[in-house]
Ligand binder design. Structure first.
Ligand code: AR6
Length: 173
């Protein structure tokens, strides 16, 4: 991959709710009303105002994305996307690709220049991390090529195993 493009993507290990970026992405469910995993952590850190705004949205279909304010988070915005529950069918990868494309599109529309993604669908929804990592990185790289306004995409991983998967893949490009 060309170096300039690689410089706009970064892998980190840690808690996404602590990141001081323009927008963090939430791995939400169709209701957008909170849940466990990263969704629960984001709602806890952002405060009850987030749930109040989410209630006005009326849910989100799988593969799509919606934006809210970040409230008590360091991030200005939260982009909520709903990943597929892994079923082993080809549709899974299409939907996961759409999550990244639609989240990045919302970022552009809202002048977001730094955005952080968790490993959407790789927890409760059971998506294999290696396959999901390739989709995340390839989709972001293709998007960044066409959209110069997004300066930095961070892939933040909770576990060191997932962090290593991302580092290995990015280093292989
Ligand atoms: N920062 C960064 N990554 C995190 C954090 C955090 N604070 N917490 C967890 N992760 P999951 P899904 C990682 O299950 O698979 C919710 O209940 C975690 O280790 O949060 O898309 C929703 O409401 C994993 O690698 O999301 C939905 O019902 C990744 O984030 C459902 O879970 C995603 O794991 C969505 O499932």
């Amino acid at each position: 991959m060309n170096k300039k493009l690689c410089d706009r993507m970064e892998v980190m290990q840690g808690d996404i709710t602590k990141l001081d970026v323009d927008a963090i992405v939430n791995a939400a469910n169709n209701s957008l009303l909170g849940g466990g995993g990263v969704d629960g952590a984001i709602h806890r850190a952002a405060g009850p105002e987030l749930l109040a705004e989410c209630r006005t949205i009326g849910g989100c279909p799988t593969g799509e994305a919606r934006i809210t304010k970040g409230y008590r988070l360091p991030a200005q915005y939260i982009i909520h996307t709903v990943g597929p529950v892994c079923s082993g069918k080809p549709r899974d990868s299409k939907l996961l690709t759409l999550c990244y494309q639609n989240s990045l599109q919302l970022a552009v529309e809202n002048n977001v220049s730094t955005i952080a993604f968790p490993a959407v669908s790789c927890g409760v929804y059971g998506y294999p991390i290696k396959d999901a990592c390739k989709i995340a990185v390839d989709t972001a790289a293709a998007f960044l090529k066409e959209n110069l306004s997004v300066k930095k995409v961070i892939f933040i991983q909770f576990s060191s195993e997932n962090y290593d998967v991302y580092m290995d893949y990015l280093n292989s490009l």
